[in-house]
Design a protein around this ligand. Structure first.
Ligand SMILES: NC(=O)C1=CN([C@@H]2O[C@H](COP(=O)(O)OP(=O)(O)OC[C@H]3O[C@@H](n4cnc5c(N)ncnc54)[C@H](O)[C@@H]3O)[C@@H](O)[C@H]2O)C=CC1
Ligand SMILES: C[C@H](O)[C@@H]1OC(=O)[C@H](O)[C@@H]1O
Length: 257
């Protein structure tokens, strides 16, 4: 056991993960627990699988139900971290939606909801956690799950890609605002990762074949591919990394031809 613990990068840290019920958020929550962290998971419906995964690892886990678009949810998450684990060391702002839709007839409510969940939600939780970290006086790490879509567009993602550029920009500016408190802020930019968010979009075999061909590593990503990047940025291994972004896309972005 002691031997294993030597390799744990987040031993006894407390991590908040928004949207931790499934997909990337669940994999990130589990990766943090594998590295010794206790986890507060925010979820919109239920988080039973994530809770079971983390309990099986012998780490603490608490689930908080709420909509990240509601600023109150951010306060409840911090409160849960403080009451159950005595504070918060790491935030992973991950919750997000991508209801694919064309641009010219984009329903106003689809645009507004995507902004409110992906961008406003990231702002609320980052601000609430940063205030707690400042009061604790021991620094911290904040990681936003941005996207390769912060750098490139998508015909059916005109409401979505600006939110991913936005959360990356949020991390750049908060890195400046919070550096004096020892709080590091970075973003992870996943490429195409197989989760519920793109299940319908990737039901077309031709599109799947296109992606697999275009990605130098020859496959789309799995949620677990994102966990390691987040753990690294959350840990002291990244003690001098702030305001940065880490593309985790199998090489998709650089492959023009
Ligand atoms: N799957 C992909 O290819 C990529 C995903 N991302 C980003 O990764 C993040 C996670 O997405 P996936 O795991 O792929 O999707 P997913 O659909 O599997 O998971 C989304 C998570 O966010 C939660 N969520 C959604 N709306 C919420 C709300 N209003 N309040 C609280 N929680 C809410 C869901 O309950 C779920 O836990 C998103 O921010 C997405 O933009 C970024 C790049 C690529
Ligand atoms: C949901 C999409 O498949 C996914 O979301 C992103 O952010 C990626 O760029 C993919 O387009």
């Amino acid at each position: 056991m002691r031997e294993l613990e030597k390799h744990m990068l987040l031993k006894d840290k407390t991590v908040i993960v928004t949207g931790g019920s499934r997909g990337i958020g669940r994999a990130v929550a589990v990766a943090c627990a594998q590295h010794g962290a206790n986890v507060v998971v925010s979820h919109h419906s239920h988080a039973d699988e994530t809770i079971a995964d983390i309990q099986a690892l012998g780490r603490g886990v608490v689930a908080v139900k709420g909509d990240v678009a509601d600023p109150q949810t951010a306060q409840l998450l911090v409160q849960a971290a403080v009451e159950n684990f005595g504070g918060v060391d790491v935030l992973v702002s991950n919750a997000g939606i991508c209801p694919f839709h064309g641009f010219l007839d984009m329903p106003l409510e689809t645009f507004q909801r995507t902004m409110e969940v992906n961008l406003h939600g990231a702002f609320y939780v980052t601000q609430a956690v940063a205030n707690r970290m400042k009061d604790q006086g021991r620094g911290g790490a904040i990681i936003a799950i941005s996207s390769i879509s912060a750098l490139v567009g998508g015909e059916y993602q005109t409401h979505y890609t600006p939110t991913k550029a936005g959360v990356h920009s949020l991390m750049q500016s908060t890195a400046i605002a919070l550096g004096k408190y020892g709080i590091r802020c970075n973003s992870v930019m996943p490429g195409t990762i197989l989760t519920d968010i793109n299940k319908d979009d990737l039901s077309d075999p031709e599109k799947v074949a296109y992606f697999n061909k275009r990605i130098p590593l020859g496959r789309m990503g799995q949620p677990e591919d994102i966990g390691g990047a987040v753990v690294f940025l959350a840990s002291d291994m990244a003690a001098y990394v702030t305001g940065a972004s880490l593309l985790v896309d199998g090489g998709l972005f650089v492959n023009l031809q």
